[in-house]
Design a protein around this ligand. Sequence first.
Ligand SMILES: *Cc1c(COP(=O)(O)O)cnc(C)c1O
Length: 388
Amino acid sequence: MKEIPLSEILIHLGENRSRYFNAVSPPVIQSSNFVFDTLEDFRMAIRNELENTIYTRGNNPTVEILRKKLAALEKAEEALVFASGSGAISAAIIGNVKAGDHIVCVQSPYSWTYSLLTKFLPRFGVTHTFVDGRDPANIEKAIRPETTVLYLESPNSLTFDLQDIPACAAIAQKHGIVSIIDNSYASPYYQNPIEMGIDIVVHSGTKYLNGHSDVVLGVLCGSKAMLQKIFDSELMTLGAILSPHDANLVTRGLRTFPLRMERSDSSARKIISYLEKHPKVSKIYYPFADGFPQKELALRQMRGCGGLFSVELKMESIDQAEAFFNRLQRFLLAVSWGGHESLVFPTCAFYDIPGKPNPILPWYFFRFYIGLEDPDWLIEDLEQALNW
Ligand SMILES: *Cc1c(COP(=O)(O)O)cnc(C)c1O
């Protein structure tokens, strides 16, 4: 079968306009509950709560349109959506462990994934080992008889360390364990891990998928069987669902997904080529940048990188780092990324907080996210700020 083009997925797939007055844009079916004409209809519907509309904690027509598009984007049979990326990650991991089980996870995962593994799951007798996933041999060595989950994040969202995804998927398959990957950084536009043998793909859809910094959302993509199991247990029990209104906003955000990704990606590359030549820049972290230690692997498994990169600057003191940050006018200070607005995330903010250890990353490390502004406008701002 010929592959459905991306535009068809984003503009038409999952939409059935004759069911809602032939409206071009799908309405928000803002209803918690759905009624049945006959006992027989009800009896048939309750056989499958994921595929029928009975109650909005399980399924809702507005949310279903989004799920169909997301599954197609990740080339997966099924997709589930959650109230946050963290909710999706928790459901995927909790759904595949029981007391006594063990998880192998890449080192320094997203902060709340780290918290799930180090604080939450140990209360229920689930243990973990963090490994440097840049070498698949470290993963293989960490697997024990009681390991049930391999958790990857490639690239991560700060230093962009990668894992060889097909090699890791093969290790998981060989040992009969479930492989899960956080694909938020590359997004389905630039990387499709299911095609490389991964079982479950996780997204913080808050970032690129929604893309407008107005919805918090999580996504799981995978086989029908694996996701039906998570739906029947973690999704329905913990109930961290996406509202119909938010789902509709994300469907709207997805209409321009390729345009946004390409704009962020090309602007980031332009800004990086400016920074590469700048004498005050000592190191650039971006998977496709020259000198990135895993560039070859990145080119093999990703089609692009998007707008997120980090730099180390040649500075003598934390005061200089603060002054550089204060000179920036066109980058907003914030966590997160993936929206229309360019951001800067300065590690120096995390230094000398009473009662907390200093970060592993140096204070002269800055993460930038390039949004949809004119890249030359942003370069102009960097040019005046990189001046000491
Ligand atoms: C933001 C983020 C998450 C968490 O997603 P939320 O939608 O904020 O819950 C998970 N992983 C990565 C890589 C992220 O950047």
